[in-house]
Design a protein around this ligand. Structure first.
Ligand code: ADP
Length: 477
């Protein structure tokens, strides 16, 4: 392809343009009223205005985007993540317009877009699944007896849910019926599909996912794991690769299982297979994301590949340029999502003008962003300002670099998740790799509400320093 349109905005549009420019491919941006002066518009060779600020009138307007691509002479469309990236109908419409959709087939998107269909597809591949129902709940009585069998608490999940939304924990049997009704009506209004199912609520899970890549000829590789257990509202804030706890044997097993999941829907392009891992290191298939993930940079840093370049390569119908044995892992990378949110106020959005905006620079620091000083963070879209990524020869070096990068990242205007990131990097639980998806409630909330006495905090800081030293000297031995 010689010209590609990016149907997205912000940091991910900029990140994709960087690869297009590296490959000598002409780039086309699209933008809404709110993004007239945005860096992604400036970066592209051409830019097409597609509508008013609300995403329904711009970044979700399929017709306008396809029209912009055809008129500009683009041969392909990269959807980034979010917006239309996991919309099977859009992927189909792009193809019908004679363009290349830089992502998987509409079929794969459709199957994996429904958590229930996904479970059904992978069933015959003997992948470990979270115990629960694998069909939409029809009968309340039957559902209660299944829930009883699994054991409370259980999770009621919307089949079409996403982005951490559409999940309800039910602690006791007596709350079940009421919760089920609510979950169904919420699912109907939020996703247009009332189907819900039950899953065992795993009390202390870690979120570990595998990055895969497939070509259109049935060849697959995986690029190891990312651990994304530090979450708020079931949404990731900090990710790292590799995970602090995975053994080489488990890594290989999960990688092989992730490829089986991909095969179950004849997948090609980059994709992510998500697993939950319990405290006994048993893992369960959660879902597959059929796009480039927000957190893909940590994988790029430890493997040295450019995932966007590979996505374009396979979208053109070419074979994978290497095999599994060529994929190597080197060093450790951590990503902090810098959101315009106030971590002291339950991570509420805190948008406004970036009065001061100075990025950290240096070896082992990568900042993927789409803002400049003086810009407003629009209320219409996701409040992520940037992704701050650190890389070092080992986990402790990556943590140390991240702390230094946070110190040198100067943002004035909105509140951000930078202080939260510093707290995590300095917390003994994180340093020791001893944490799960409840990190925020367990450690941050008490700190943010200032319920921890100062001497305990000082003690924790001292302990973190000592732990880092201990781990470093252990590594050197
Ligand atoms: P979404 O599609 O909304 O991202 P996922 O199914 O991927 O939903 O789950 C998002 C997060 O919710 C997980 O990373 C985990 O923290 C939590 N979660 C999901 N399923 C379970 C479960 N069965 N038990 C405990 N936590 C879960």
């Amino acid at each position: 392809m010689r010209k590609i349109l990016v149907a997205n905005r912000g940091e991910i549009a900029c990140r994709i343009f960087r690869t297009l420019h590296k490959l000598g491919i002409q780039s086309v941006a699209v933008y809404s009223d709110a993004d007239r002066d945005a860096p992604h518009v400036v970066m592209a060779h051409e830019a097409v205005h597609i509508g008013r600020a609300p995403s329904s009138e711009s970044y979700l307007n399929q017709e306008k985007i396809i029209q912009a691509a055809v008129r500009s002479g683009a041969e392909g469309i990269h959807p980034g993540y979010g917006f239309l990236s996991e919309n099977a109908q859009f992927a189909q419409a792009v193809q019908d317009a004679g363009l290349v959709f830089i992502g998987p087939s509409p079929h794969s998107i459709r199957v994996m877009g429904s958590k229930l269909e996904a479970k059904a597809a992978v069933k015959k591949y003997s992948i470990p699944m979270v115990p629960g129902t694998d069909e939409a709940i029809g009968d309340v009585g039957e559902a209660i007896s299944i829930a009883r069998e699994i054991g409370f608490p259980v999770l009621i999940k919307a089949s079409a849910g996403g982005g951490g939304k559409g999940m309800r924990i039910v602690q006791h049997e007596r709350e079940f019926e009421e919760s089920l009704k609510r979950a169904m009506s919420e699912a109907e209004s939020a996703f247009g599909d009332p189907s819900v199912f039950i899953e065992k609520y795993i009390a202390s899970p870690r979120h570990i996912e595998i990055q895969i890549l497939g070509d259109q000829h049935g060849n697959y590789v995986h690029f190891f794991e990312r651990e994304c257990s530090v979450q708020r509202r079931h949404q990731k804030v900090i990710e790292e690769a590799p995970s602090a706890i995975l053994t080489p044997e488990l890594r290989e097993k999960m990688g092989a299982d992730a490829i089986k999941v991909a095969k179950s829907c004849a997948y090609f392009s980059t994709g992510t297979v998500e697993f939950l891992m319990d405290e006994h290191m048993r893992y369960y298939f959660l879902e597959m994301n059929t796009r480039l993930q927000v957190e893909h940079p940590v994988t790029e840093l430890i493997t040295g590949v450019d995932l966007v370049e590979l996505q374009i390569h396979v979208a053109e119908g070419k074979r994978l340029p290497f095999g599994q044995e060529d994929v190597r892992m080197n060093g450790h990378a951590i990503e902090l999502r810098v959101y315009a949110e106030d971590p002291h106020e339950n991570f509420m959005p805190s948008i406004g003008k970036l009065v001061k905006y100075e990025r950290p620079e240096g070896e082992g620091i990568r900042v993927d962003d789409g803002f400049d000083e003086g810009m407003d963070i629009p209320i219409y879209y996701d409040p992520m300002i940037s992704k701050l990524i650190s890389y070092g020869p080992d986990r402790y070096a990556a943590i140390t670099k991240m702390i230094e990068a946070i110190r040198r990242y100067h943002i004035r205007g909105p509140k951000t998740t930078l202080p939260f990131g510093k707290f995590v990097m300095e917390s003994p639980a994180f340093i020791q790799g001893d944490f799960d998806t409840h990190f925020v409630e367990k450690y941050w909330t008490a700190f943010a509400e200032e319920k921890i006495p100062a001497d305990v905090l000082r003690g924790a800081a001292l302990l973190s320093g000592k732990l880092m030293e201990a781990h470093r000297s252990k590594l050197k031995q």
